[in-house]
Design a protein around this ligand. Structure first.
Ligand code: GAR
Length: 210
């Protein structure tokens, strides 16, 4: 069966990567296969998760490459070498330029831990998102999976799921609940949806003869 090649970009613990790995194993993701994990942080636990699952991984570090341009050039090289059809940003904490997002137009998806357009854009990442939601006093937050374009968190929305805020929530408890109830579900589902579209439209970026 034809499958889209999925590459996952990570920076940290990689629980969303784990959700993708588990979803491929259980068949929730059946139209794609994870072939590569790329971290922009040395020693990210996500790299362990890739290793444990037998998935190839690479580390691409901006500081070692000297500039955003060189960093993105190397990212493109490793992604193309892996014949990537779809890039999943799973806790990837680096903003990508328009050059990069245009290079992979409609092929990059991201999970963000709020209901976009709330608490998103530059400076809103990780726990900061949940701190902002609690400080504002919203009663419902959630997660969003969206296509990535040149506007941070500004691309077309693919899926969203709302999560209730509880009295006494801290940024940490809220982060955990949003991951469990929303992110780990809608990221694999969205990934499958986009892989399926790629296959049905025979829109493989790489290896058109697959
Ligand atoms: C997740 O909550 C993800 O939504 C968020 O960082 C966490 C990474 O956790 N991403 C962003 O804030 C991107 N703007 P993980 O490494 O365990 O998947």
């Amino acid at each position: 069966m034809l499958k889209a090649n999925i590459s996952v970009l990570v920076s940290g613990g990689g629980t969303n990567l784990q959700a993708l790995i588990d979803a491929e194993k259980s068949g929730i993701i059946s139209s794609g296969t994870i072939g590569l994990v790329v971290s922009n942080k040395e020693g990210a636990y996500a790299l362990e998760r890739a290793k444990n699952a037998g998935i190839a991984s690479k580390t691409v570090i901006k500081n070692q490459l000297g500039s955003q341009e060189a960093f993105e050039k190397e990212l493109i090289r490793v992604l193309e070498e892996a014949n990537t059809d779809i890039i999943v940003l799973a806790g990837f904490m680096s903003i990508l330029s328009a050059d990069f997002t245009n290079h992979f137009k409609d092929r990059i998806i991201n999970v963000h831990p709020s209901l976009i357009p709330s608490f998103c854009g530059k400076g809103f990442y990780g726990l900061k998102v949940h701190e902002a939601a609690l400080a504002y006093g919203v009663k419902v937050s959630g997660a969003t999976v969206h296509f990535v374009n040149e506007v941070p968190d500004g691309g077309k929305i693919i899926m969203q799921k709302a999560v209730e805020i509880h009295d006494g929530d801290t940024p940490e408890t809220l982060q955990k609940r949003i991951m469990q109830e929303a992110e780990w579900k809608i990221l694999p589902m969205s990934c499958e949806k986009v892989c399926k579209e790629i296959i049905n439209n025979k829109g493989f970026l790489q290896g058109e003869t697959k």
